[in-house]
Design a protein around this ligand. Sequence first.
Ligand code: PAF
Length: 284
Amino acid sequence: MEIIRIPRIMQNTSRKYLQKGQSIGFVPTMGALHEGHLSLIRRARAENDIVVVSIFVNPKQFGPAEDFTAYPRDTDNDIAKVRELGIDTLFIPEASLMYPEGFATGISVGMLSGRLCGLFRAGHFMGVATVVTKLLNLVSPTRSYFGQKDFQQTVVISRMVKDLNMNVEIVVCPTVREIDGLAMSSRNRYLTLEERTGATVLYRTMTLVSAALHTGTAVAAGLKEMLQSELKREPLITAIDYASLYSPETLEELQELDGKEVLIAIAVRLGRTRLIDNLLVNLS
Ligand code: PAF
């Protein structure tokens, strides 16, 4: 496994893979790798000749009051994990090389970035879209793999790739959950033991609402009410940023349940940690 830290060298390496006719599967990450990331890497390994993983805690997707400095960094363990999965290249760029003096570009993906998390994390999706564009330009993957856990991120990136004619297939992979349903996330490391137990309310509540959706008699407003009141029963939840039913395509809140697919999406604060989760429910 080769470790590359210089963007230009990453670009040259990818060019060589492509010249040999090899397909490249790419998994961009911010490190602190957990089973969710590893499932993306395994899928990339199964579907491509070459697998590239990046680790870069992207400063541009964190707001000034967010957890950029505290974000877990665990590079030595991450290197051991990806080595074991037999990847070909690990790209760990320096921030100063990704965003050199004078860097001035930001990719804005319209309304999709302004909904859900966008209402609470100004500039977040511009930061994500910008770094993903840079990474895709450096790695030139055939396919790039993202987890459904960050549903809005997958919608924003898929839109951007389509709008900008980027030559890559975006593959969205299922959320990997702990045995009690909590979605795997690097931020779960912030939770105290008590908060970790309280965090199970997210999946439990979504499952309840999903079951109600399947009865076919529920109305959107009633389900939103059910979602919010169940979450409020957990005393460690200090704020609900959003919790409702949305269109998986436009991310608009649903007033009527007339579509085939419904996205249940939640963002809450549990102590000092912000947790998000979602469930895509197929009604057909
Ligand atoms: O999902 C993440 O870890 C990040 O948002 C990504 C896609 C690696 C961009 O920094």
